[in-house]
Design a binder for this molecule. Structure first.
Ligand code: AMP
Ligand code: TRP
Length: 344
């Protein structure tokens, strides 16, 4: 064990999660991530939420768009109920320890582990030779985001499960290689009725900010009319809703709308199903649209209001970064010490 390094024997419960400012926020981000970040803020955790701009540039981002999207994402967090006093809210590039620990983890993670990452394969597509090196190394930086806080819990949507397993592998290998018990083995928190919100046009595809079809997603900045129209036009099938969830097993579009209804009304999918069973889509879709507008419109109104004062958003981000660095600087220093870097 390395000299002068105090190894914590137990880790205090601490939540970390991040969202890329690579486009606008979708209903998938809201239900799969932000809404649950807000719930965890109310519990006994220290909560840290990040706009991961370093991750965003693993694929091309226009600089003006990146600036806008980072501020808008910050506004989205706050409008959804993240309190920047209670939680630490900041953008990744203002806390250099993320990239610094990310480098160490690039040297811990193995090529073979990275090659198995399905998100890389999906995003790189057929032309993997032309993908950025950053896109390939993305999960090692994500592990650094989490572990540079010794975070114990990470709320995410279903699509991030594999990355969180890799985070555990990196922590385990680091601890083993250096004979320490320094990094915690983080718990993914993938819970709720909407851990995987699907496209409104195709029940086999994830709802995503990068889908070329705007009708496939609900954006957090959509107007009430847009939201209602997209739900009205959402792909479905001709059958009425069944009496229980088993009846939705082969009906992905219908299942998706029931999950969205459940998550927006803070119910389990079972409870929501009991409420809507037997209804035709002609009756269910207007109910869902009304609920979505009721829950989302106040958020988009508040986002627009916050975006009117960008200087205030920038102050919040600066203050968040300062608070974040109080945690990350000592953890990075101890990591460097464990690894054997002379720091004089
Ligand atoms: P991203 O926008 O890819 O940075 O994702 C940010 C967070 O939102 C992650 O926790 C994702 O798992 C979650 N997320 C993104 N899209 C969806 C979706 N369609 N359904 C559920 N969660 C999602
Ligand atoms: N990879 C995540 C996504 O695309 C974003 C992310 C980056 C993240 N770093 C993180 C999520 C750390 C949780 C914890 O959704």
């Amino acid at each position: 064990m390395s000299e002068g390094v105090q190894i914590p024997s137990a880790f205090t419960p601490r939540v970390f999660s991040g969202i890329q400012p690579s486009g606008g926020l979708t209903l998938g981000n809201y239900l799969g991530a932000i809404k649950r970040f807000v719930d965890m803020q109310a519990e006994e955790f220290e909560t840290i939420y990040c706009m991961v701009d370093l991750h965003a540039i693993t694929t091309w981002q226009d600089p003006a768009d990146l600036r806008h999207n980072t501020r808008e994402l910050c506004a989205g967090f706050i409008a959804s109920g993240i309190d920047p006093e209670q939680s630490i809210l900041f953008n990744q590039s203002q806390v250099p320890e993320h990239a610094q620990l990310g480098w160490v983890f690039n040297c811990v993670a193995r090529m073979g582990w990275m090659k198995r990452m399905t998100q890389f394969k999906d995003k790189a597509g057929k032309n993997a030779e032309n993908a950025s090196l950053g896109l390939f190394g993305y999960p090692a930086l994500m592990a650094a985001d989490i572990l540079v806080y010794h975070a114990t819990h990470v709320p995410v949507g279903e699509d991030q499960k594999q990355h969180l397993e890799l985070t555990r592998d990196i922590a385990t290998k680091f601890n083993h290689d250096f004979g320490v018990d320094f990094f915690p083995i983080t718990e993914p928190v993938i819970e709720g009725a909407a851990t995987r919100v699907m496209s409104l046009r195709d029940g086999s595809k994830k709802m995503s900010k990068s889908d070329p079809s705007d009708a496939s997603r609900i954006n957090m900045t959509d107007t009430a009319d847009d939201i209602a129209k997209k739900i009205r036009k959402a792909k479905t099938d001709p059958e009425p809703l069944p009496s229980d969830l088993d009846g939705l097993a082969e009906r992905p579009e219908a299942r998706n709308l029931v999950n969205i209804y459940a998550a927006l009304s803070d119910q389990t999918a079972e409870a929501a199903m009991a409420e809507v069973s037997g209804k035709q889509f002609g009756a269910f879709k207007p109910m869902l649209a009304e609920l979505a507008v009721e829950k989302l419109s106040p958020i988009s109104t508040e986002m627009a209001r916050l975006m009117d004062d960008q200087a205030e958003i920038d102050r919040i981000l600066a203050r968040g970064a300062e608070r974040a660095r109080e945690i990350t600087a000592p953890i990075l220093a101890k990591t460097y010490d464990i690894v054997g870097m002379v720091q004089s």
